[in-house]
Design a protein around this ligand. Structure first.
Ligand SMILES: [Zn+2]
Length: 451
C-alpha cells in the first residue's frame, strides 16, 4: 500500500515550461493506493476527498515527470495525463523512484468552464466578451495595407487562445479557486493550442532552413503576438529586424550557419518596451500565404468541403483577424497549395509517383509521355493485378471518362471489363491533356493485352 499526494489546480504554460498552479484553498489530499487500484476507484476517491459533485464537474488526473526524466527531455514537455488503468499503473511505477504529486484539474460539466475561466470572468475582463474575437481587418490587400482602425481597441489583448475555435483572450495569470461571481461562460483554454502557438517562439541559436523560412516564421509570430517589424538590414548574409515602434527593445539578428544556406538567430530580444496599443496598430505581414500557413498549422484541414467562409470565421475566432470573403478565398487557396502542392508540382512529381507505384506493385505497366518541350501529354497506368486478370475477363471492354476540372483541365479515362461473375474488373486508367486521348488509350490497351 502506497500513498499518493494529490493537489488541485490548473496547468499553465509559462515562458518555456508547464507549471501547475495549485489551488491552496482546496489543500492536498493523501490517497492510499495499491497496484490493484483501478482507474475508476482512483477517480472516485478524488471526487470523494475533494467533495466534488460528479453531476457538475469533470476531473482530469495528470502528473509531471520526475526531475531525472525531465533532464533528458525538452523543457516544454507537457504533463502526462492519466486516462486509464494502464496509465495509472505507469504513474504508480514512477512513484516508486521519484517524488511525484498527482495533479487534479477540475472542469465544470455544464458549461465547460474551468476554474480559470471562472476566476477570469470574475476579474472584470469585460472587453473580452465585447470584442468577440474581432481584432481588426488585418489587411484587405495582398500588399498588407491595414484598415478598420476602430477595432484597434482590442489590440491590448495578448493572445491566449482558447478552446473550441481558439478565441483570443487576455493573458492573465489566473488565481485558482472558484468565484461565485462567474459571468458569461467562455470556452475552455486549450493547453495544447497554447503550446502549439508557443512553438512559434524564437530563441537564440535557433536555426532555420533558409532566410525566407526565418522570415515566414517572423511573420507568423507578428500575427500571433500582434505587432509588426521593420527590416533594418537585409543582405544574403545578414538579417536585422526590429519592432516598428521607435525605441522598442524587440529586435532580432540572424546570419547564415557557416557556409550553408541555413540561417541562425544570433541575437533575439523578445520583450517589447513599447505599448501594446502602439505596437499592434500596424501589421503588414498578414498576407494570404502567411495566413494560409497559420491556418494549416493551427486550425484545420483544406478538404473540398472547407469554404472561404469557414476559413474567415476560424481565423477570426482563433487570431481575431477580420477579413473579407476574397481574402479568405486567397488564404484557402494558399493553404491548399501548402498541403497538396500546386498543379505544376503535381505534374512534376509524376515520375516519382510512377516509380513508387512500380516499387509497390511489381509488374505494373506505366507510361508517361511528354512533348518536345517536356510538357505533360498523357499518362497510362495498368496495375499488375489488372494485367494478369485481363485475359480471363469477358471479351468486352468498357471505357468511360470524365473531364478534369483542375487548372490544366484534361480527360481521365478508365477501362473496365466484367469477370465471369459479372463483377466489374478495372483494367487501366489514363489521364491526358490532349484531345482526343481515346486512340492513345486503345493502343496502350492493345499493348497490355499482349504482356
Ligand atoms: Zn515593440
Amino acid at each position: 500500500m502506497e500513498e499518493v499526494i494529490a493537489v488541485c489546480g490548473q496547468w499553465l504554460f509559462e515562458k518555456d515550461k508547464w507549471l501547475f498552479h495549485v489551488d491552496s484553498r482546496r489543500g492536498s489530499k493523501v490517497i492510499p493506493v495499491s497496484d490493484k487500484t483501478r482507474f475508476e476507484d482512483m477517480i472516485n476517491m478524488v471526487y470523494e476527498d475533494y467533495r466534488l459533485d460528479k453531476r457538475h464537474v469533470n476531473i482530469e488526473l495528470s502528473y509531471m515527470l520526475g526531475r531525472k526524466s525531465l533532464m533528458k527531455l525538452t523543457r516544454d514537455t507537457p504533463p502526462v495525463k492519466i486516462g486509464n488503468f494502464r496509465q495509472l499503473q505507469s504513474f504508480f511505477r514512477l512513484l516508486q523512484s521519484d517524488k511525484i504529486r498527482l495533479c487534479v484539474e477540475v472542469t465544470f460539466r455544464d458549461n465547460m468552464k474551468t476554474m480559470k475561466q471562472i476566476n477570469q470572468s470574475g476579474c472584470n475582463h469585460d472587453e473580452d466578451s465585447d470584442t468577440d474575437g474581432e481584432r481588426f481587418d488585418y489587411c484587405d490587400d495582398s500588399d498588407g495595407a491595414t484598415s478598420d482602425d476602430e477595432n484597434f481597441i482590442a489590440y491590448g489583448l495578448v493572445p491566449e487562445v482558447d478552446t473550441e475555435m481558439g478565441k483570443v483572450t487576455p493573458h492573465v495569470k489566473p488565481k485558482v479557486g472558484i468565484s461565485s461571481k462567474s459571468k458569461k461562460a467562455k470556452a475552455v483554454t486549450p493547453h495544447v493550442r497554447q503550446q502549439q502557438l508557443n512553438s512559434l517562439n524564437i530563441f537564440v541559436g535557433q536555426s532555420f532552413e533558409s532566410k525566407s523560412a526565418l522570415k515566414t516564421r517572423l511573420k507568423m509570430l507578428t500575427i500571433v503576438q500582434q505587432f509588426d517589424y521593420d527590416v533594418e538590414y537585409s543582405t544574403p548574409d545578414l538579417l536585422i529586424v526590429k519592432c516598428w515602434v521607435q525605441g522598442c527593445s524587440w529586435r532580432l539578428r540572424a546570419s547564415p550557419t557557416s557556409d550553408t544556406p541555413r540561417f541562425t538567430v544570433r541575437v533575439y530580444v523578445s520583450d517589447h518596451t513599447c505599448s501594446i496599443t502602439e505596437r499592434s496598430a500596424r501589421c503588414r505581414q498578414a498576407t494570404p500565404d502567411i495566413l494560409g500557413s497559420l491556418y494549416t498549422d493551427f486550425i484545420g484541414g483544406v478538404e473540398p468541403t472547407v469554404l472561404p467562409s469557414h476559413v474567415k470565421q476560424s481565423l477570426n475566432k482563433c487570431f481575431g483577424i477580420k477579413m473579407d470573403y476574397w481574402k479568405a478565398h486567397r488564404t484557402l487557396m494558399c493553404a491548399r497549395e501548402l498541403v497538396r502542392g500546386s498543379a505544376e508540382s503535381g505534374y512534376q512529381d509524376l515520375p516519382v509517383y510512377l516509380h513508387m507505384i512500380k516499387e509497390a506493385n511489381p509488374g505494373t505497366f506505366t507510361r508517361l509521355v511528354v512533348d518536345s518541350s517536356d510538357r505533360f501529354k498523357y499518362l497510362f497506368i495498368a496495375f499488375d493485378a489488372s494485367i494478369k486478370g485481363f485475359p480471363f475477363m469477358r471479351k468486352v471492354v468498357v471505357v468511360d471518362g470524365t473531364f478534369l476540372q483542375g487548372k490544366y483541365k484534361g480527360t481521365l479515362l478508365i477501362a473496365s471489363a466484367q469477370d465471369g461473375n459479372f463483377q466489374i474488373f478495372p483494367i487501366a486508367l489514363t489521364e491526358s491533356v490532349i484531345h482526343p486521348s481515346l486512340y492513345v488509350f486503345q493502343s496502350f490497351l492493345g499493348v497490355i493485352s499482349f504482356i
